[in-house]
Write a protein that binds this ligand. Structure first.
Ligand SMILES: *[C@@H]1O[C@H](CO)[C@@H](O)[C@H](O)[C@H]1NC(C)=O
Ligand SMILES: *[C@@H]1O[C@H](CO)[C@@H](O)[C@H](O)[C@H]1NC(C)=O
Ligand SMILES: *[C@@H]1O[C@H](CO)[C@@H](O)[C@H](O)[C@H]1NC(C)=O
Ligand SMILES: *[C@@H]1O[C@H](CO)[C@@H](O)[C@H](O)[C@H]1NC(C)=O
Length: 544
């Protein structure tokens, strides 16, 4: 009797301890299997890097459509624009897209000649290489039975101003040349040569080139058939041209710029054919475009859906698998154009707080695959831009600046056994460029897509103080807020100055509030590989 009684009491004790823990940590499992609300433990392999990202990993674009509209919104003399741009440097800027294929460089044209009227009732919505623009292009084609109406003149003075601005803010240009300048089935380099002669005579830096934009879609969009083997020949022509110009002989070539390998077998086929027809040798890196969905098809839920996030994984796998099978090596890959939704982004969503989940996950996931650059479409204007036309930074702008300031170098494998599917975690060495963290420091960044708070225990790093940079919606619009808070403080520009993005010191487990994302710096992590990277910073670490 006595023994039984004791056991019963012990049972009660266990039960009540369990209940106590439950109150704090144990998940309320939702019907659809949302297992958030847990205490999670971080497991990292810091003994070898998966890959190494450079400070230019996060890069940006200006679309051809923006050039065509005379870069409305770009007042290069604006101090605010300069500061917004410089906070993202060092970065590469891809200037290209659908309209790059309709750009006529005219060194002498005056500005008036460049002006393109927008049709009445048509918004100044930015166009990317995707569907809004395709529809626009098709419409024009139907009207004219030629591409004449899409063509526009781009003046030398305008080019001078862009180039000077990019130099000033620390952006390197990836210039997308007009591939629809064709003659008898081949690319005609005459205008390109003029452009390069002009640029070279002014000492303009153009370290990277592309030729055209999503050539696999030319037939559908413009009625031009351009097979992958012909594209290789065209790149060969470009290479010959560049080799004659000391200023550009060493510039990189990036191709073929096909879109969404995960959804389009035609893109996969085009990439494989391009690489197999000596494309591998012709280019520095494979260039791809990626959008998660079309703006017309997107729902709010898609922006926080792990399955949508994982479609990017499929694209990345395809890219390297095709590279292996076509080139017999793992050719480096970059996204020269990418954002959430194609067609300019989803109005009031792609520029809201909620867009940060897909953006941060794209940056994290791509880094674990060794993607060399992620060019965010676009820097300015349109729904998916980092900065609005009135130079108001969208939440993704601040996220990008924090990423730039914190993430660089070796990428580590995070074991997700200890995590729920709704919490995604990535880890790198920290960047020392802005906050000057000690050698060996690391940064862990997370997204909590769940509806419940979770708690992250930092495993072997749990005893040291950490710095939190937690982002949450800036006002009562919540997920659709156009503003963002850092550590519960609203981020706002002070005139042309960025707010200082200060960390919040913290000890112990890190609370991961529902529907937030953020960075956790572990200054005293003392990770050997990061020490090596921080001390030499010379890329001597061998990535796997
Ligand atoms: C280029 O910049 C100069 C000086 O800021 C300005 O006067 C000129 O209008 C600009 N030209 C174009 C085409 O943007
Ligand atoms: C056009 O291309 C064809 C096939 O490549 C070639 O035989 C022909 O000589 C070319 N004509 C001109 C005028 O370049
Ligand atoms: C890529 O190749 C790996 C190894 O062969 C394979 O397991 C994976 O399914 C492939 N992925 C895709 C998307 O083709
Ligand atoms: C805004 O900038 C001005 C001028 O640099 C400065 O005096 C002021 O303290 C700043 N305000 C805030 C809130 O940081």
């Amino acid at each position: 009797m006595c023994i039984l009684h004791f056991q019963w009491q012990a049972g009660m004790l266990t039960l009540s301890i369990f209940a106590f823990i439950s109150l704090i940590y144990v998940p309320e499992v939702k019907a659809q299997g949302d297992a958030s609300g847990q205490r999670l433990t971080l497991f990292l392999d810091v003994t070898r890097p998966l890959h190494i990202t450079t400070p230019r990993y996060l890069s940006i674009t200006i679309s051809g459509g923006q050039l065509r509209r005379n870069l409305i919104g770009y007042d290069f003399s604006s101090k605010k624009l300069q500061k917004l741009a410089a906070a993202l440097s060092p970065a590469d800027i891809r200037i290209g897209g659908t309209y790059a294929d309709f750009l006529n460089f005219d060194p002498t044209s005056d500005d008036a000649k460049c002006v393109i009227r927008t049709e009445p009732g048509k918004s100044m919505q930015d166009s990317d290489s995707a569907d809004a623009e395709v529809e626009d292009a098709r419409q024009k084609k139907r009207e004219s039975f030629s591409n004449e109406n899409l063509e526009f003149s781009f003046s030398g003075q305008r080019w001078d101003n862009i180039s000077r601005f990019c130099d000033k803010v620390g952006w390197d240009i990836l210039w997308d040349l007009n591939l629809l300048d064709r003659h008898n089935g081949s690319w005609d380099p005459t205008v390109a040569k003029q452009f390069l002669d002009y640029s070279s005579s002014r000492g303009m830096k153009i370290p990277m080139f592309e030729l055209g934009n999503e050539p696999n879609l030319y037939e559908r969009k413009f009625g031009v058939i351009l097979e992958a083997d012909q594209l290789v020949k065209d790149y060969s022509t470009l290479k010959d041209l560049l080799s004659q110009m000391p200023q550009y002989a060493a510039s990189g070539l990036y191709a073929p710029g096909v879109n969404n390998l995960d959804t389009f077998s035609s893109s996969r086929k085009y990439l494989a054919q391009f690489l197999q027809t000596s494309g591998c040798k012709m280019i520095s890196e494979i260039a791809l475009h990626h959008y998660y969905f079309k703006k017309e098809d997107a729902s709010l839920a898609d922006f926080v859906d792990v399955e949508v996030m994982d479609t990017l994984r499929t694209q990345l796998e395809f890219a390297y698998n095709i590279s292996w099978s076509s080139c017999r090596l793992r050719k480096p890959v970059r996204f020269t154009e990418t954002s959430t939704a194609s067609g300019g982004g989803v109005p009031d969503v792609s520029n809201a707080f909620i867009a940060g989940f897909l953006w941060l996950d794209k940056l994290g996931l791509s880094a674990t695959f060794g993607i060399t650059r992620v060019f965010r479409q676009t820097f300015l204007k349109s729904s998916y831009a980092l900065v609005s036309q009135s130079l108001k930074p969208n939440p993704d702008y601040y996220l990008s600046v924090l990423f730039k300031r914190l993430v660089e170098g070796p990428v580590f494998r995070v074991y997700d056994e200890g995590l729920t599917p709704t919490v995604r975690v990535y880890a790198h060495c920290v960047s020392k460029s802005h906050y000057n963290y000690p050698d060996g420091a690391i940064v862990v960044y997370y997204l909590n897509l769940g509806t419940k708070a979770s708690v992250l225990s930092l495993g072997k790093f749990k005893k040291t103080e950490v710095h939190l940079f937690i982002l949450s919606p800036g006002d009562e619009d919540g997920m659709l807020s156009r503003k963002v808070k850092l550590n519960d403080e609203l981020l706002e520009m002070n005139g042309s100055d960025l707010p200082s993005l200060e960390p919040k010191p913290h000890s112990g487990d890190v609370p991961l509030a529902p529907k937030t994302f953020g960075f956790i710096v572990i200054p005293e992590a003392d990770v050997q590989l990061c020490k090596q990277y921080h001390r030499h910073d010379d890329g001597k670490i061998v990535s796997c």
